[in-house]
Design a protein around this ligand. Structure first.
Ligand code: TXA
Ligand code: MG
Length: 356
């Protein structure tokens, strides 16, 4: 074929591909019916079928709802990124039901990892280890490591066992929004973008797992959670590093992006100063998310209960409730203990670092 014809043919093929890809994106994003299914044996089988067909399914865990796909199917993994609008360079956690499945994705389960696996897992902790080659780059964003988590929630475990393959899953929210702790939050963000939500219980823990990097000599917490530094140190019998500030230079790509943001402006207060709080609330549209100690200051009050764990349990749900009726939100988080540190990390990011 002469070069001119060859060029024309190549141009035509490229043009057709662009049309087909755009049509696929439109269909994928706007016409999909999202089934919200009760957590029954029958629906677990449907979820399994979807996963094995290369689809995505939202499912409950003890931390937050996840959006899962077969971790060994790169095309299925891409659908997670599309549905969430997640940057492709932010890697996913691989969820497993058994220790054996962790051995199937990690190149080496180190002695420290073994200790975490047998004491703190199943539970709200994730370990980062060197990955096996078979784990696709789409899951790990091209890193040579893989994050592994074994959830403790019976519903998450039932879903993972039924699927029978390792499931990679981020939180099942639109990127940058507060994480979902109820199936309703998943529907709010992803209706029409995913084929199925398994309608399980509300999440008990409420913030995402602690992410622990075990790929260097010193264990490093990349994301704080309800499993704390001292709990991990007690298990490993050595010091675990936790940065004072989680920043973009750290080796966890998730830290690069805007996160957990409600739709209206949000601010954080750490000292519980009543004068500052009252001044903020003097604006009619202002709302307050805080523990019950601060109840009675406004009608637009969203309770975090009384403890660090009740705060963790409800923070994301309260951000979503408050954004619907407030023009601006103040979150008061005056705990300074280890257990509250994970919540502090999330609200600091929800508020984009705006502190009053
Ligand atoms: O509790 C949880 O961890 C929830 C539930 C669904 O299991 N999942 C979750 O996933 O929070 P996601 O994608 O929203 O957050 C995963 C975090 C991100 O900050 C990501 O950058 C980090 O883990 N991560 C994943 N793989 C990593 C790796 N290989 N190295 C360093 N960080 C990694
Ligand atoms: Mg997330």
């Amino acid at each position: 074929m002469n070069p001119k014809r060859l060029f024309q043919a190549a141009f035509c093929m490229r043009f057709c591909k662009i049309i087909i890809d755009s049509a696929h994106k439109l269909t994928y994003n706007f016409t999909m019916k999202t089934l919200v299914c009760d957590f029954t044996h029958e629906n677990l089988s449907k979820a399994r079928e979807l996963i094995l067909m290369g689809e995505v399914v939202a499912f409950p865990t003890e931390t937050v709802y996840g959006l899962g796909a077969d971790a060994f199917d790169p095309n299925a993994v891409k659908k997670i990124f599309e549905a969430k609008g997640r940057p492709a360079d932010n890697p996913l956690i691989v969820h497993v039901a058994t220790k054996q499945a962790a051995y199937d994705v990690a190149q080496e389960v180190t002695a420290d990892a073994e200790k975490i696996l047998s004491t703190l897992m199943p539970g709200p902790i994730t370990v980062v280890l060197k990955k096996q080659k078979r784990v696709p780059d789409e899951v790990t964003a091209g890193l040579d490591t893989v994050a592994i988590r074994m959830p403790s929630s019976p519903q998450a475990r039932a879903f993972l066992s039924s699927a029978g393959v390792p499931i990679c899953a981020p939180s099942a929210n639109t990127s940058s929004r507060p994480s979902p702790t109820s199936w309703k939050h998943v529907l709010e963000d992803l209706d029409g973008k995913i084929p199925m939500i398994l309608k399980g219980d509300d999440c008990t823990v409420g913030i995402e797992s602690t992410v622990l990097d075990l790929t260097h000599d010193e264990p490093l917490i990349l994301r704080p959670g309800m499993i704390t530094k001292s709990m991990i140190e007690a298990v490993l019998g050595k010091e675990v590093k936790i940065p004072d500030k989680f920043n973009k230079k750290m080796n966890s790509p998730g830290l690069r992006y805007k996160h957990y943001a409600p739709k209206c402006d949000a601010y954080l207060n750490r000292d519980g100063d009543l004068n500052k709080i009252k001044e903020f609330l003097s604006d009619a549209g202002a709302g307050l998310i805080a523990t019950d100690k601060y109840k009675g200051l406004t009608d637009k009050f969203f309770s975090l209960g009384t403890t660090e764990s009740s705060g963790a349990h409800s923070i994301f749900a309260k951000l979503r409730e408050a954004e619907k009726v407030c023009t601006k939100i103040l979150v008061v988080w005056d705990f300074s203990g280890e257990q509250g540190y994970g919540v502090l990390n999330r609200v600091t990011r929800s508020c984009g670092g705006k502190i009053i």
